[in-house]
Design a binder for this molecule. Structure first.
Ligand SMILES: Nc1ncnc2c1ncn2[C@@H]1O[C@H](COP(=O)(O)OP(=O)(O)OP(=O)(O)O)[C@@H](O)[C@H]1O
Ligand SMILES: [Mg+2]
Ligand SMILES: [Zn+2]
Length: 501
């Protein structure tokens, strides 16, 4: 029997066009090859499992291929085949994690001066380059400063901030993006098809969600599920294997919070905890569910829903108070960020839900936002406390200006629906130099401040205002913060014991 090859290896893309979700990068690389404008040093950075090593390998063949087609390697000629079978020594892959010393780099330095044997270019792929020692970086720098003819360096890393600026400045830098959920689902369904494995579309969505933008992780999860011997990949089988909750539990939880049924909410949390499910993922699902309800309320467009299988439950909740939903999203997303380091995620969730319900029912006052209620006695002291700075002294919201309304409309007409949904109803101050947007909740601010959203928004502003204006996001709140005493009371009444100093 042939040895088992992990699915993610078996499905490593072999040409640029098979690299999913990095079209901007592969387009430039192909163009350089077609026009013979090949650089000496490249830096591929970005999240893990997004195609950096795969692209470097494709590039090493494409530059050396005897009959490239549109900048792609043919993978058939003697050179391509030699590289694919690792018999051509002109292409070297070095894992800097295990070869991080200056001697390793020195041996590269001594080696680069010799002309390639078979290939046109010698290619050095240095993976995890951020692991090099200081002196190894220095040695590498010397080589990059006087690059020999016909040598190409491709440095790959998930942590570009650890690379000295002197090295960075000598490389063409490419940022690999996290792979979007639809792209992951597409690739997974392709792989299932190739392996003749039946699947439910929604099952693949759950895998894609769990993989968080890393395609390799998604393929490995798929591998794990297939090797457990299921005949069809169902949403249920995926959830069981990944230890994540059924979506009906998530919607029940959201219902309980919205209608202030504290004991129901607490008993759901305890059953999720007892069954050993991942609390962090559960929180993420509640947030995502609330987001779907909110988006559906505003747009009535079911194609924008993430939890498509739960559309009915989402429709049933469409009369929910949108202010409450926003509050749930903002508080629980902050909790999700903070919970990572905690050994008691269930207790943090319980106390957050108690506080959230108290807040939702007492709209006049708000507690300091998302301070992890029980964090004082329970969590590690190193955990950073959230900075509620923007909520402190907000300027009064100015009347929304006409051009801002036009920008919001522009987002809608150009199909940027989730940005539209986030910004609909906000006010903004538009001046000659910049736009200040006023949000009711930190959630909206956090959404817009993500770099990809900010970029889209600025493009819309540019088309409406004719100028690339800077964008500032502010959370407005005129409410007084309540005292910690009240917070403690809420918790004591709920039966959870905490010490708040
Ligand atoms: N963009 C992509 N397109 C197609 N497959 C991909 C992509 N990214 C990752 N994969 C899959 O994941 C596997 C690993 O990808 P690769 O080694 O290129 O990732 P990487 O970015 O180098 O990750 P790391 O930072 O962990 O080294 C590939 O063999 C392939 O199956
Ligand atoms: Mg890699
Ligand atoms: Zn070839």
């Amino acid at each position: 029997m042939a040895p088992y090859v992990a699915l993610y290896r078996k499905f490593r893309p072999l040409i640029f066009n098979d690299v999913v979700g990095q079209e901007q990068i592969t387009k430039i690389l192909k163009h350089q090859i077609q026009n013979n404008q090949i650089g000496h040093a490249y830096l591929f950075c970005g999240g893990r499992g997004t195609g950096k090593t795969s692209t470097a390998k494709i590039f090493s063949r494409a530059v050396n291929c005897l009959s490239p087609v549109d900048g792609e390697p043919c993978n058939e000629c003697s050179v391509c085949k030699g590289i694919l079978s690792s018999s051509v020594t002109d292409i070297m892959e070095i894992d800097a994690a295990s070869n991080n010393g200056v001697d390793n780099i020195r041996s590269i330095k001594e080696n680069v001066i010799y002309a390639p044997t078979v290939a046109k270019y010698k290619v050095y792929i240095i993976d995890e380059v951020h692991m090099l020692s200081g002196s190894a970086f220095n040695a590498l720098l010397k080589t990059l400063e006087e690059p020999p003819e016909n040598v190409i360096f491709i440095l790959a890393t998930t942590e570009p901030h650890k690379i000295p600026i002197t090295i960075l400045s000598r490389c063409q830098r490419f940022e690999f993006k996290r792979i979007s959920k639809p792209n992951i689902v597409k690739r997974l369904s392709f792989i299932c098809g190739e392996n003749q494995i039946a699947f439910q579309e929604n099952a693949l969505s759950v895998i894609a969600q769990a993989a968080d933008g890393a395609l390799r992780d998604a393929i490995s999860l798929l591998d794990k599920i297939i090797s457990s011997g299921v005949t069809e990949i169902t949403e249920h089988s995926v959830r069981t294997l990944l230890g994540i909750e059924e979506s009906s539990t998530t919607s029940a939880m959201l219902q309980a919070i919205l209608s202030s049924r504290l004991s129901d909410a607490l008993s759901i949390i305890s059953s999720v905890t007892d069954s050993g499910k991942d609390i962090k993922y559960f929180i993420w699902e509640i947030v995502n569910f609330a987001r779907d309800v909110l988006i559906y309320q505003v747009t009535k467009d079911d194609s924008l829903i993430n939890n498509y299988a739960s559309l009915e439950a989402i429709q049933q909740m469409q009369n929910a108070d949108s202010k409450k939903l926003e509050r749930i999203i903002s508080d629980l997303s902050e909790l999700e960020n903070q919970i990572k380091a905690s050994s008691f995620p269930n207790i943090l969730l319980e106390s957050s839900v108690i506080r959230l319900m108290a807040d939702l029912n007492a709209p006049v006052k708000t507690y300091p936002q998302a301070a992890p209620v029980a964090s004082a006695p329970i969590s590690q002291p190193s955990q950073p406390t959230p900075v509620p700075a923007e909520r402190k002294a907000p300027p009064p919201p100015p009347p929304s200006s006409e051009s801002w309304k036009e920008v919001i409309q522009h987002l809608k007409t150009t199909g940027k629906m989730s940005l539209y949904a986030t910004l609909a109803g906000t006010t903004a101050n538009v001046t000659d130099t910049g736009v200040t947007i006023y949000f009711k909740q930190a959630f909206g601010k956090n959404m817009i401040e993500r770099s990809e959203n900010m970029k889209t928004l600025r493009e819309s502003i540019l088309s409406i205002c004719g100028k690339d204006l800077t964008v500032k996001c502010v959370v407005e709140s005129t409410e007084e913060k309540s005292s910690l005493d009240e917070l403690e009371n809420t918790l004591l009444n709920s039966g959870i014991h905490v010490n708040i100093d």
